[in-house]
Write a protein that binds this ligand. Sequence first.
Ligand SMILES: *Cc1c(COP(=O)(O)O)cnc(C)c1O
Length: 437
Amino acid sequence: MSASTDRSEDLFRRARAVTPGGVNSPVRAFNAVGGDPRFIRSARGAWLTDVDGNEYVDLICSWGPMLLGHAHPEVQATVAEAVSRGTSYGAPTEPEVELAEEIVARTPVDSVRFVSSGTEATMSAIRLARGFTGRDLVVKFAGCYHGHVDALLASAGSGLATLAVPGTPGVPESATALTIVLPYHDREAVTAAFVEHGDRIACLVTEAAPGNMGVVAPEPGFNEFLARTCAEHGALFVSDEVMTGFRASRQGQWGLDGAVEGWRPDLMTFGKVMGGGFPAAAFGGRADVMARLAPEGPVYQAGTLSGNPIATTAGLTTLRLADDGVYEHLTKAGETIKAAATDALAAAGVPHVVQATGTMFSVFFTDSPVRDFADASRQDTAAFAAFFRAMLDRGVYLPPSAYEAWFLSAAHDDRAVQTVLDALPAAARAAAEAVPA
Ligand SMILES: *Cc1c(COP(=O)(O)O)cnc(C)c1O
């Protein structure tokens, strides 16, 4: 039943000759799952079409941004209208103001600064936290991804609360020597780090709900504990909502915990959904902290294409259309797929755990709940790879890694969901037959 992939294979050959690994972001190369990547020609609603004409239900949604589905008519129309007036001016524009107002209205931030990627957002938030506090240390959690910021591409050192080592060649020890990496959910480790280094810690940065090791919902009160610990030590709590923002709920992960419990982060980062499929991201937070940013304050930060009028128009239209009905739809479609994945994997005898926060979910190929990166790392990645390939053969495009959320959109209608349900039993059997790595 294997469809032709000749054109994708040909493009991949050409790509590898001119681009390292043939891709512009590593996970796209399918290294973790085997096989050649599919080159996509177009997308509409919940569906991707590759260059050979094969169609797939998209469960990546551009790694989160396409909350409304691909080629949404209203987003297309406002973007086309904006393009007709020029694409970049290097001067302020109206859509920037409107998008900032929309984000300030939905989240606890007092103001935002736009950048072009989530990486830039966290990098800039950390600079601002250091500039504001006059301190240098940063605390992060293993398994939380904040973009490819040097200081955050760090692994835990030999003991808890010791300073980190680089997570990749090319990052000097001096860049990670000011980073402390702790196990997620480990309150004792957090307390110990702050007891030992509290007066030197500028900020603690965490994914509001980890999504980059698969979805790990913060246990009730954990984010509040982090916010309180930071406050007690005069450090800033930086909540990275690049993935969860405007997706886990209308107000992101904060809508599920901080808004209910009555606390707010000092700084937040956003990206993905707020760019509506264009390169746009943001960081924002407390008025007194944001006031330290140039040109109001002394902390420098800038960007040629920051607040680009096309990107901010796409993001603004997306957020304006992302009403309660959108999140209700994501919840319903997610419940259906989660239940079917559980049934299929259980029937095939494949160990698995389904975890979720708000509308975001993922399936771990392991037999016990995942609370941190060590738990996530116990997955049977060979079983996932076989599962992934079987789903792809049946027209379902999952994230090509066991450590990712499955993303849905408002355009995932009954036909798209049914295609996923139909593919699951055979993919689960393929996973059951996979030879452990
Ligand atoms: C995707 C992501 C980033 C990085 O965003 P880019 O736009 O890829 O640079 C940062 N933090 C989190 C939580 C993310 O999911």
